[in-house]
Design a protein around this ligand. Sequence first.
Ligand SMILES: Cc1cc2nc3c(=O)[nH]c(=O)nc-3n(C[C@H](O)[C@H](O)[C@H](O)COP(=O)(O)O)c2cc1C
Length: 211
Amino acid sequence: MNIESLRKEYKRGELSDNSLEQDPMSLFNKWFEQAMHADIIDVNAVTLGTSSSAGKPSLRTVLLKKFDTKGFTFFTNYNSRKGKELTENPFASMLIFWKELERQIRIEGKVEKGTSLESDSYFNSRSLESRISGAVSPQSEKVPSRRYLEEKWVKYLKEVGETGVKRPDNWGAFRLIPERIEFWQGRPNRLHDRILYSLEDNVWQISRLAP
Ligand SMILES: Cc1cc2nc3c(=O)[nH]c(=O)nc-3n(C[C@H](O)[C@H](O)[C@H](O)COP(=O)(O)O)c2cc1C
């Protein structure tokens, strides 16, 4: 199969200097609202990049569950591969590609664990079935079979009952506190718009980058 000739022109929008906000979270909020109205499947799915202490990177998708001036929050198992990598090396990156809008956002910074309160609050908002899966799945570990997991699931429910499903200590929030956020808008002729917000001495600096 020859995929060399696959190409398309990007022409749905522009990121002009006068459409920028002073801080990147306001622009992120504006873009997210537009994405919410653009019929995007899993609009809050982001690619999360972590790296081991030996500098080996890895990526996976997680769902962004909250964003505010404190950062970008997602939930996971702290003992998973990503959880362990983030404990060894707290620097991480996130990538969003909304192809329907021809937009990409790159976020880089340091990650911290969320509070038990916010982890409990989100865990308890999930369905009983997902809470059980969160509690019984040793995320990222090798398991003997699918059946092993399904049996563990049923056994756990029998043991604790519907009201006894609690958030395990090793499951909760991580927040990526941004130091760099880059907004990319596809433009015709590959002359795309790239706007970088970088935090310098606690002030967001805005630059335009070459595509
Ligand atoms: C659309 C989508 C959403 C996902 N959301 C999450 C999530 O919010 N949290 C999570 O731990 N894993 C989520 N996953 C699963 C992860 O991609 C990954 O398989 C899992 O977290 C284990 O990654 P790790 O072994 O690198 O730690 C999601 C996967 C997909 C495809």
